[in-house]
Ligand binder design. Structure first.
Ligand SMILES: *Cc1c(COP(=O)(O)O)cnc(C)c1O
Length: 499
């Protein structure tokens, strides 16, 4: 067995196995875990072409976790990607005009977060099994802009040896997103709306993680904190697989020949999804440009175009709420690449971000970002894109996907690049019915309709029945109504855990 170790983006002193890194979630120094070396893959092999999604995932992720038995991992993948997904292909790829849309929203909670979160509880349980320092209970802390929360609740509800807390911005999620979380059953789940935005929730969770005193008192109770956010490397690695899957689907359907490059366009918030694509490219998958699409929150667009990350700026609430963000956590993992593996430089940038609200790259460092193209799309343009794509292609895109479609188109017009492009679709339109309907039919005042009326209208336009999990959520009783202040997150956690 070839061993593989993980260290923090801010220091190489602590070396952990994948299992240990998944359970810890976030490094003590505030950094994010990354593998020390990268597994080698031969993407020119024919073997990739005959695999199911579960088999392909196993091939991609097993080398990242050598201490976990391949049989166990295979079982985990088969139960993560089973009939919970409404499409047997798990990740269907659909031609839409000039691009191919990779639909990652066919899981239980109708957003791409299901791709990694369906697997994460299994990985945590396998990690516990392979770890010598077994803990009684793993306490998962989750900050969410809407989709991670429900996907994590769904995944961890009733999983023995775990307890999960979710904090979402009470005024920053769609009706359906709120309902999905508020109706979650399970004795091990705790759900809170917060008066604050996603950044406030994420920051509070990071502070709790680096509080040594809290960590010690938790240990004394036989418990340990972990994270279901994309800061957790256990979220990131499984996401690499769907880029490999989508690539070989294009080969299988004759759209490209094996070895030919494709671009990818990704609606981006916390930078987890696009980072997985970057890693796929780093490991040799023929990916050309990585197109990073943002909404009116343009912190990433500005970073890629100007080389400066500036977090003191207005926070916009948009039609694509899962991308409403100012501090994009996973960018720190890309910074590690930009620094050419110099943890000290990464730590300095993060300190500057904390203390001065910004950091800047020099010209040499910026050149490492040449594989990225970054663009932004306003709310108006988002709705216009939904309308246009529906009229020309009869495809209804959710607002997040529309942002990526718009930025991809802008990129193509600007550069004349004719490379085939995979546009990642991150959510079902039914999760954002009000915005989508507003785009498709301006004559009705959709905000005055009930959610059920909106969903039925959308279902009629799309000739598609309401997804099963959504019907369930609509009739389920509301179980969680608690709202707390953004400053009270830590005290809520302490109270519930009896600390
Ligand atoms: C989380 C999310 C995103 C952003 O993904 P990141 O990995 O955080 O960049 C985009 N769209 C939807 C629908 C999401 O739920």
């Amino acid at each position: 067995m070839k061993s593989l170790y993980y260290h923090s983006t801010r220091s190489k002193e602590e070396k952990l196995t994948f299992s240990q890194a998944v359970i810890k979630g976030l490094a003590q120094d505030g950094g994010l875990y990354i593998p020390e070396t990268w597994p080698d893959f031969d993407f020119s092999s024919q073997e990739w072409l005959g695999l199911s999604y579960q088999e392909l995932s196993l091939k991609v992720i097993a080398p990242f976790m050598p201490e976990i038995k391949s049989d166990d991992l295979s079982k985990a993948l088969n139960s993560a990607y089973d009939s919970k997904f409404s499409d047997p292909k798990i990740i269907p790829l659909k031609p839409v005009g000039d691009v191919h849309v990779l639909e990652l929203f066919h899981g239980r909670t109708l957003a791409f977060k299901d791709m990694a979160l369906s697997l994460l509880p299994h990985l945590i349980q396998l990690a516990q099994k392979s770890s010598t320092d077994v803990q009684k209970e793993i306490v998962i802390l989750t900050a969410t802009s809407g989709d991670t929360g429900k996907a994590a609740l769904e995944a961890f509800s009733g999983v023995s040896g775990t307890r999960i807390f979710v904090f979402y911005p009470t005024d920053g999620v769609s009706d359906i997103q709120k309902r999905q979380m508020a109706t979650q059953t399970g004795e091990n789940v705790h759900v809170y709306g917060i008066r604050g935005n996603f950044d406030d929730a994420q920051q509070a969770v990071k502070v709790i993680f680096s509080d040594q005193v809290l960590r010690k008192s938790l240990e004394a109770l036989g418990k340990v904190f972990s994270s279901a956010n994309s800061m957790n490397v256990g979220r990131l690695i499984p996401q690499i697989a769907y880029y490999v899957g989508a690539y070989f689907e294009l080969v299988k359907t004759g759209e490209i020949t094996q070895g030919q490059a494709v671009n990818v366009a990704i609606p981006t918030g916390n930078f987890g999804n696009i980072l997985a694509a970057y890693y796929a490219k780093k490991m040799g998958l023929p990916i050309g440009k990585l197109i990073c699409a943002s909404n009116a929150n343009t912190v990433l667009t500005d970073f890629f175009n100007e080389g400066i990350y500036q977090k003191d700026r207005v926070f916009h609430t948009t039609h694509s709420p899962s991308m409403d963000i100012v501090v994009s956590s996973n960018l720190e993992r890309l910074l590690f690449e930009v620094s050419k593996g110099d943890c000290g430089t990464v730590a300095n940038w993060m300190t500057a971000l904390q203390e001065k609200g910004k950091y800047a790259l020099d010209a040499g460092q910026r050149s490492i970002l040449k594989d990225f193209y970054a663009g932004a799309c306003s709310d108006e343009k988002t709705l216009e894109t939904i309308r246009e794509v529906y009229q020309t292609e009869k495809y209804v895109a959710d607002p997040h996907t529309a942002v990526a479609l718009a930025v991809e188109k802008e990129y193509r017009l600007k550069t004349g690049d004719v490379t085939k492009c995979i546009v990642v679709s991150t959510a079902s339109t039914f999760k954002f019915s009000e915005s989508v309907l507003k785009a498709l039919d301006e004559k009705v005042l959709w905000s005055d309709c009930t959610e059920v009326e909106r969903l039925n209208a959308l279902s009629n336009i799309m000739y598609e029945a309401l997804p099963g999990p959504l019907s369930e959520v609509l009739s389920a009783p509301i179980l969680h109504l608690e709202i707390c202040d953004k400053t009270a997150i830590q005290s809520v956690v302490e109270r519930v855990l009896g600390l």
